[in-house]
Design a protein around this ligand. Sequence first.
Ligand code: CA
Length: 232
Amino acid sequence: MNENILLVEDEEELCMTLGDRLRSEGYQVDVAMDGKAGSEKATQLAFDLIILDIMLPLRSGLEVCADIRLAGLATPILLLTALSQTVEKVVGLKLGADDYVTKPFDTLELMARVEALLRRTPGKLETENAGSSGLYKFGSIVVDARKTRVTRDGGIVNLASREFHLLRYFAEHPGITISRDELLLQVWGQKAGTFTRTVDVHVASLRQKLEVNPKEPELIITVPGIGYRFQT
Ligand code: CA
C-alpha cells in the first residue's frame, strides 16, 4: 500500500526533483502541469494528498483548490506559494487548503509537512483492531490488515492509503448497508454531510481495481440514497 500524491506544478525542474524525492520516500506520484489538468485529476481520481502550486497556467492553484472542495472532496491540500503571495496563501487556506510551504522551500521541511498531513488519516492508528489474524478473504481477494496489503488472484493490488482503509472498513462490516456519512467519519475523520463525494470517488477507484466488471459491481454494491454494502 502506497500513499498516492498528486503534484500540480508547472515548473518542470521542480516537478522532476520533487517527484523523484517523493517517490524515493515510497509515495506514488502523479503529476499535472497546469491548473486544468490538475483540477480534472484531483476530482476524478483518488489521492491521499495534493501538493498544489498557486501560480499555474490555465487555472490558478486557488481555483483548483476551490474546484476540489466544491466537488465535495476532503483530500488534504498542501499549497506551494511564493514569498510575495501572502494574500493568496490566506485565501487558499480559507478555500480549504490544509497547509502551505513558501518557495523556495527546504525539501526536508516539505517532507515533514507531507507526512504530517498524511498522518491525519484516522484509520491508520487502528490497524491492530482487525481481528486476531487480520486476514479477510473474499473470493479471489485477500485483505491483510496487519501487513496493509491486498492481493487479487495472488497478485498485489496497488491501493492508495485511503482506498486501503476504506476497503478494510468494508471488510470489517460485510453484508450490511453503510451510509456515506459513516464511511466519511470512520475512514476520513470528517463530519457528515460535507464531503460525501470523497467516498464515491474512492469507491469508484476501488471498483476499478477489485471488481471483475467495475460497471456492474458485485463486491461493493450501491444502496441508492444511503451508501454502500460490501457483498461477500
Ligand atoms: Ca508555478
